[in-house]
Design a protein around this ligand. Sequence first.
Ligand code: ADP
Ligand code: ZN
Ligand code: ZN
Length: 698
Amino acid sequence: STEPAEPASLPDVGTGVYWVRVALDVPLPGLFDYRAEGPLRVGTRVIVPFGRRKLVGVVAETADTPVIEARLVKPVEQVLDDLPPLPDDWLRLARFAAQYYQRPLGEVMLPTLPASLRKVSAYQGKRSAGGPVKRSDARQGAKPVPVQPAPVPVLNAAQQAAAQAICELQGHKTVLLHGITGSGKTEVYLRAAQQALAQGRQVLFLVPEINLTPQLERSLRSRLAAIAEPHALAVLHSGLAEGERLRAWLRAQRGEARILLGTRLAIFTPMPELGLVIVDEEHDASYKQQEGLRYSARDLAVWRAHDLRIPVVLGSATPSLESWHHAQNGHYLKLSLTHRARDAELPSVRLVDTRRLAMQQGFSPHLITAMQERLERGEQCLVFLNRRGYAPVLACSSCGWVSQCTRCTAYTVLHRGRGGRNALHCHHCGYRAPVPRACPDCGDQDLRPMGRGTQRVEEHLAEEFPQARIARIDADSTRLKGSAEALFAKVHAGEVDILVGTQMVAKGHDFANLGLVGVLNSDSMLFAQDFRAPERLFAQLMQVAGRAGRHVKGGQVIIQTDYPEQPVYQAITRHDYAGFAEYALAEREAVGLPPYAYQALLTAESRELRIALDFLSLAREVAQGEPQWFPMLDALNLYDPVPLRVVRVANIERAQLLVESASRPALQGFLAAWMQALPQLAAEKRVRWQLEVDPLEI
Ligand code: ADP
Ligand code: ZN
Ligand code: ZN
């Protein structure tokens, strides 16, 4: 025929009217009908009227007829054609995430785009000239910082074998690269990336918290520079200015960036030729988004790779038990690096039983002596303590008063400010108060700090080792932009003898001259209520232990504990991840916890705890009272609603209800049906609520 064929996805209703369903970032389920003057592809961004506002949305479907009465359907106001429509695989990923995490599609799609691509003001109004894409392209001047390509090491046999196994994969496979700290996983990633690049594919390289570890970015940049043109790399994380973020996103989306290095949000970047996904430190909790769409970038990476039929490499020295379980039962391909890449053995780990020791300010004589020896040899020491501030609480020695936040069910933490000016901080709501001169209850002036945080440890070490140069690295000492980088640079330059730090120092850093790691206070993590606490503790101890003796011989770790017989600690002394995992998985299986069960958490917030709990009870009754809606109920466990451990934060009371099932489809089916009822219940009870699938902390 002479008629040009119209693609199936662009229905012409014959009257020059085209119906589209648009995803909008509004907290309402479903899509919204609009009419367009011409055919629009799915994935096209549009500006549409919504109530009294205008919004940027994404065309998610086209339709032959609108759902609502045709004359009520408003027209699309502007078609944003500065970019091609978002690609199909991106739409599939967004649809999957929306369905899996039980969120409206628009609330998934729009927030993943750089802000200016979803702001009406970026296209309409005084300052919108040309639109954000054009303005960004015009500002191409910012050239990437030149980097010195780093020398490429010759892979050892284990690295070689792992890299080869990855390179030989055809189609989709999830690879779990289990490599001890310092085993050279990065080189394996890079070798796999190199091959993908050579085959004309793009690589997505996810790392946790890149903004905290510019060292990693630098070393990756220099290594990547050796395998690709420097401009082939784009970096994407939440610390970037909007313009930089848009530029990186555009370069990946156009295929100009061949490698995208980014944090969790980078998982949603369109990459037309994606051929390999790498998730470094796959166990890291930073991959879990904790607000809005509570997704796991690690899990979405696996889904996206499966969808695209490409390999994904999950790497860690301490894999999540979920990933390890998949590897053990053959779903994932497990590759292992069991030795350190450099000529250095793993540090020896010693447990110091603190039950019968005379401790000084939290330090055992063993740890002090060991530090002394290292310092005399010119090596660096790291004291690890996961608690910032001076002391976790201030207490009255005569009546038992303790410093508490007036807005939260939490102690306020004593902080020592500049010039010795102390203050009490609430770590939950940010509230700050001056330190009272006397006890508010009994008037006694003898108020004492109880326990210790990094500031107090730093103070004590300064007295103990007056010659030593001490640096503290925690969220307080690194508040200013660039200060973390500056502090780490001092450590690397050898201008620091003793480093005191929180988990910020545990991750990723390759300290050349660090001989000793001392761990204080890890017992507090041992008995946390969360069933994942031992897993987290083990990972954290392995990570921090892995900082010792990376380049120097005879590295040592000293862990002070009241519970040396605990399996977590015993496994650490043997660097035995597999042993720990076997023990922990057996325990989880016995009581039916993840990865042997799937969970979702419904949380409610209200000014009154009773109302939050009422809402959750009602939510449970709805499910139990409507068997025709919830046929899968038998396969589910709905627990009692309970207050959160820290029940009140900033005067809001919080409660939760845990849903669990041994069957993921049963849980998914239940949640989808439940979501039909929850919004109305919540509106009636006037509670804020959220549903989290696969919660990390319960
Ligand atoms: P991981 O990420 O597994 O903890 P890294 O990738 O950081 O380990 O490597 C640890 C150290 O070993 C780095 O300093 C790295 O440059 C070095 N390294 C890695 N592979 C080799 C190799 N084949 N030969 C020599 N040094 C290597
Ligand atoms: Zn008192
Ligand atoms: Zn508070």
